[in-house]
Write a new protein. Structure first.
Length: 44
């Protein structure tokens, strides 16, 4: 398998912050939130 180059990723941190605050409202203060980032690359 050959490396096809670099990938570009843009993340809207304002949207992430908003989503996390909404999750915190739903789960409450007694729960902790853990983030997970996954990716899958398919080279054709």
């Amino acid at each position: 398998m050959q490396n096809q180059g670099l990938a570009w990723l843009e993340i809207d941190l304002d949207a992430v912050g908003h989503n996390v605050s909404m999750i915190k409202k739903v789960v409450g203060k007694s729960c902790e939130i853990m983030a997970n980032c996954q990716g899958k690359c398919l080279w054709v």
